[in-house]
Design a protein around this ligand. Sequence first.
Ligand code: PXL
Length: 275
Amino acid sequence: MLKRIVTIQDISCFGKCSLTVALPILSAMGLETAVIPTAVLSTHTGGFTGYTFRDLTDDISPIANHWKDLELHFDGIYTGYLGSIEQVKIVTDFFDTFKNSDTSIIVDPVMGDAGKMYAGFTHEFAVEMKKLCSKADVIVPNMTEVSFLLDVPYTETYDEEYIKEMLRRLTDLGCPVAIITGVCYGDGMHGAVAFDSRTSTFSSSFRPHIDCTPHGTGDIFSSALSGSFVKGNSLQEALDTAVAFTAKSIEATLPDIDKYWYGVSFEKCLGMLTE
Ligand code: PXL
């Protein structure tokens, strides 16, 4: 039986992030993947100007209602970029409707990167995102999003103790497992660190740092992590898969980085996920 996941995030028609990344990755991993597009943008908002934005908030509840009539069951629900506070509230209701005892909810609280919020996000949005995180089984923020979720200053220099403290505080929001992505202790390694509050255990996965940050790496990491986790792998296995796939994909982007600055050449590495 294929595991079934639904991913809820925007579709940026050009630029390789959100749904155009999540769908191929989850399918390559052998999951039946349903989608709810929350908005349609001509491109993503990171580096392009003049993009269009069609809000699909009004479509989400009717889609959910139809699926409720069909009695659809999901093994996983994975959310990414959400375009408005109202959308976050509707997605919270979606969790309440479709969460069963065997459904894993993964929330990537997409709000910003490198210490800055993406265009259109506000402090009020972060407050609502905190509530969504409280309903998740696993949350996957980067350090910028950690600062918005916990109201702490953004910092690029930290040690292991600091990351562990942030992870404990993230699980205090209400989700049993928190993962911080893009962690770099300055020792030439780059990866992700997780905390499972139910067993009080930390786990991590690191690879040599690659000095290049193309757009969309967070979505690639979260998609691979969600796929692995929903397939029933352990947290450690899911971390290893997501870190290895993200690192390989960034490496594959390097030869053409000037031309393909807007996204990661993950397509070259999908074979890693199909075994
Ligand atoms: O990669 C996250 C993301 C998703 N969707 C849209 C974005 C971004 C980041 O900038 O703009 C529309």
